[in-house]
Design a protein. Structure first.
Length: 153
């Protein structure tokens, strides 16, 4: 069991990696679980539309959209799905964290940020961070999150 927002992220990942042949069928099978939070917030009819709008935003990171994966397009404001945060505060946290990274962590942060902001087609966009407990993986993730939010993204 997962929260619908996490299920939508998983759905986008599945679409992004092309692991399913019939994405509309997958949507139909799991539409209720994928849109449950929006159904409670809005209605049975509009909840799935909001879920599709958020999926469309999530699919953008894979160079996809609803139309490309054969799902119905929706025309809803995407800003409804952004978390509110102070970009300047996030940048301040990123700067503080970057100052505390060791050389390997700093290299990982640099590589990921470079991949996010340098739009080169031959650059890898998927990363796997591995290491034993206590080596600072979560700290690297937090630093990346603060740095990206600090740029307003």
């Amino acid at each position: 069991m997962q929260m619908p927002s996490y299920l939508r992220i998983l759905f986008a990942i599945i679409c992004g990696f092309g692991e399913v042949e019939n994405i509309p069928d997958l949507w139909t099978q799991h539409k209720q679980s994928l849109s449950e939070d929006f159904v409670h917030r809005y209605s049975e009819k509009t909840g799935p539309l909001y879920a599709l709008a958020e999926l469309n935003e999530l699919l953008k990171s894979y160079g996809l959209n609803l139309r490309k994966v054969n799902l119905p397009s929706v025309d809803l404001q995407c800003d409804l799905f952004r978390l509110s945060y102070d970009a300047m505060e996030e940048q301040s946290k990123a700067n503080a964290n970057i100052g505390n990274l060791n050389s390997e962590q700093r290299y990982a942060v640099y590589k990921v940020l470079h991949a996010v902001y340098e739009y080169q087609t031959d650059m890898p966009k998927y990363f796997f961070l591995d290491g034993p407990a206590g080596t600072g993986k979560t700290f690297v993730y937090s630093t990346l999150l603060h740095a990206i939010r600090g740029k307003g993204d």
